[in-house]
Ligand binder design. Structure first.
Ligand SMILES: [Zn+2]
Length: 364
């Protein structure tokens, strides 16, 4: 085989295309992975449309798992035939962040098939291509062995699970905590619901706009669930305090932490009034809105406010460990599977939001 298919973004064109490319040849310290499953993420296509993925052209997709096809000289930790997942975050490996379980915050970090936050990342020039392709060329250190009982789909979507794992760590939960999730019906929401039990959460409060979709995702939980849905409130709920009142009904003592995945939650931020003293507000949505509280409220309640994005290598390996032990199965989170040949249609389903997509993969 000398050519392969790859789903590529091109400069100045909002529409990626499935094209033929030569299969890359492995150099020293490199591994060629035959991709078996690659995840689709909403952010990839939003950034592609906005012209923010660089450098172009680029093979898209930062979630991938497959089988080692070939290894370059000097590779000692993997052999052809190994089942692996690819860690897409490149980092320098030497700075204080990298040495203290914060490698995703390294100033020299970039994500294969996605984005470089710092254009000077040396490895990104060679390894910016992602995994929506028949093959991917990666440095040896980016490979993790996949446990025998983890599917390739699970290996690909491990990325979201590890993001949620990190968000839960940042929430700093005490045993028996009540946790509220804003944006519970999206991919990050369902990942968090699936993992909450590992953090000793005793109750989940799921906040969103659709009571039907919230009930669906609530069924994934291993801990008791309460639903706060704006479609069950009067239309002027944003002005009447209906959301904080409903929060008080379902969590009378308040919630110990809120994880907010909404990119633009509007008045949903009012849920923060349900936080207990010393509670933690975690945001991963990263929207343009300002945090709607005075410093007086912050100090009076001793609240902690934290941002989070991506995850460390250790977070990813914790998810792998749970999968390997049989403690975590995410097959029921993967609602959409298609062949790579139908990637355009798969992306359309994901980005049009006409149906509930929890997690979506394509198979080369
Ligand atoms: Zn670093």
């Amino acid at each position: 085989v000398t050519t392969m298919r790859a789903y590529r973004g091109f400069a100045g064109d909002p529409q990626p295309r499935l094209v033929e490319l030569p299969v890359p040849s492995v150099g020293d310290g490199e591994i060629l992975v035959r991709i078996a499953s690659a995840g689709l993420t909403y952010g990839t296509f939003a950034l592609q449309k906005a012209g923010r993925l660089k450098p172009m052209p680029m093979t898209l997709g930062h979630e991938g798992a497959g089988i080692v096809e070939a290894v370059g000289r000097g590779v000692t930790t993997a052999s052809p035939g190994d089942r692996v997942r690819i860690h897409p975050t490149l980092s320098c490996g030497r700075c204080t962040h990298c040495l203290t379980d914060r490698d995703h915050m390294c100033w020299g970090s970039a994500m294969m098939g996605f984005v470089s936050f710092d254009a000077t990342v040396p490895d990104y020039a060679r390894y910016h291509d992602g995994f929506l392709a028949d093959y991917a060329l990666v440095p040896e250190r980016q490979i993790d062995k996949l446990p025998d009982n983890a599917t390739f789909d699970a290996g690909a979507k491990l990325h979201y699970m590890a993001n949620a794992w990190r968000a839960l760590r940042v929430a700093d939960l005490r045993p028996g905590a009540t946790l509220a999730i804003l944006g519970a019906t999206g991919s990050m929401g369902v990942a968090t619901i699936k993992l909450a039990g590992f953090f000793g959460v005793s109750k989940l409060v799921l906040i969103g706009r659709s009571s039907a979709r919230l009930a669906q995702v609530g069924a994934l939980s291993s801990v008791p669930v309460a639903i706060v849905s704006t479609d069950l409130m009067d239309e002027d709920w944003a002005d009447t305090g209906a959301l904080p009142r409903r929060m008080a009904e379902v969590a009378g003592d308040g919630v110990d932490a809120i994880i907010d995945y909404l990119p633009e939650g509007g008045a949903m931020w009012q849920a923060a009034s349900g936080l207990v003293a010393d509670g933690t507000f975690v945001n991963m949505g990263g929207g343009p809105q300002a945090f709607g509280f005075s410093m007086r409220a912050l100090v009076g309640k001793c609240w902690k406010v934290a941002g989070t994005r991506n995850h460390s290598r250790l977070d990813a390996r914790q998810i792998l460990r749970l999968m390997g032990e049989g403690a975590l199965d995410i097959e029921d989170l993967i609602t959409h599977r298609r062949p790579l040949a139908e990637v355009d249609a798969a992306v359309e389903t994901l980005t049009s939001r006409t149906e509930a997509v929890w997690m979506s993969v394509v198979h080369p």
